[in-house]
Design a protein around this ligand. Structure first.
Ligand code: ZN
Length: 331
């Protein structure tokens, strides 16, 4: 999906600032990522918490904010002040940051800037609460795999750690810069219970990944993925069940065996359904699909996005947040 160079579809809301987009090394964060990727880091408890804490290293101006983020999002690491000190003591002992990013990264900002503009135009978050002024793409190809990424806030910076070969993942991580807050606002408007109820319709896979005790995260993730993997790419998720079943028909014994070797999650899920071999999998593919892949929430959100586009075109609404709050409860 190429978006580069295209004009945003919609006019931006008056006054919503477009952040600066730059590629920049943040040594403390890359030190943390390097340390984790070297393995054997049991004392850090939680990889993401460790990375968040690293953002306060030699940055006393950011310390309060980082403590607050840990308190709110990472309660399991214990006292955030103590945790930060522990992380600092590890970072103090790392003398060398890994190799500096190569020059190809310099061109990245030019590729990423129009993507940021297009996403902001589409969602149009209000400047009343959206205060990101700088999007920092971290050169981290050594430390993140092509599929996965992470993002962080420090002050008015949104820091994205995503592989250079996967700009769609960059979009995903950038979308978190406002979607997290949109879901906060939604929860205040319609009640946490309604969110919890909607999330029961998400796929078994997603619920397992995020834990059903975190409906907020599941809902945010689902909003982002539905847009980024389907709406933006002009794919219809409502075709997924049929495509899955068609794929089952063409799958070979060898492909099945490869999946068993490479995909721990797949193996676990087969076990839970007591599926023991290729033939049983083929026979019971529909059951597998319904339990782990079927995603009714995604279908609902897809329709919602389509309605948003129509309503926005008519000029009846100017931003996604308002539309979501007004329309999600009808589902
Ligand atoms: Zn995400």
């Amino acid at each position: 999906m190429k978006r580069e160079g295209k004009q945003p579809i919609y006019e931006k809301r008056e006054g919503t600032p477009v952040p600066e987009v730059i590629v920049e090394d943040i040594p403390e964060l890359r030190m943390a990522m390097g340390y984790i990727s070297n393995g054997d880091a049991k004392e850090i408890i939680d990889q993401e918490a460790f990375e968040i804490a690293s953002l306060a290293f030699h940055r006393s101006d950011a310390r309060n904010e980082i403590v607050e983020q840990l308190r709110r999002n990472k309660p399991h690491v214990g006292d955030p002040e103590q945790y930060i000190e522990k992380v600092f003591s590890i970072l103090e002992n790392i003398s060398q940051v890994s190799v500096a990013p190569d020059s190809s990264w310099e061109k990245r900002a030019e590729i990423l800037r129009p993507r940021v503009e297009a996403l902001l135009s589409y969602f149009n978050p209000s400047s009343d609460w959206y205060h990101i002024r700088k999007v920092v793409a971290l050169p981290v190809d050594d430390f993140v795999n092509v599929q996965g990424g992470r993002s962080f806030q420090r002050g008015s910076d949104w820091i994205v750690a995503s592989h250079s070969q996967n700009p769609d993942n960059f979009d995903h991580e950038f979308l978190h810069s406002f979607m997290n807050q949109i879901v906060d606002h939604l929860a205040s408007a319609i009640g946490q219970e309604k969110i919890t109820q909607l999330v029961t319709m998400a796929s078994g896979k997603l619920k397992e990944d995020y834990g059903e005790e975190c409906p907020h995260s599941i809902f945010t993730e689902e909003l982002i993925r539905t847009y980024n993997d389907y709406v933006k790419q002009k794919r219809n998720p409502q075709n997924v069940p049929q495509q899955f079943m068609e794929k089952i028909d063409t799958i070979t014994q060898k492909q099945f065996q490869d999946a068993l070797n490479d995909d721990e999650r797949f193996v676990q899920n087969l076990k839970k359904l007591n599926i023991n071999n290729f033939n049983e999998f083929k026979e019971r593919a529909k059951e597998y699909f319904d339990k782990y892949e079927k995603d009714e929430l995604r279908d609902i959100l897809f329709d919602l996005y389509k309605n948003y586009e129509e309503t926005r075109k008519r000029g009846d609404i100017e931003d996604f947040e308002s539309f979501l709050i007004q329309n999600i409860v009808n589902n």
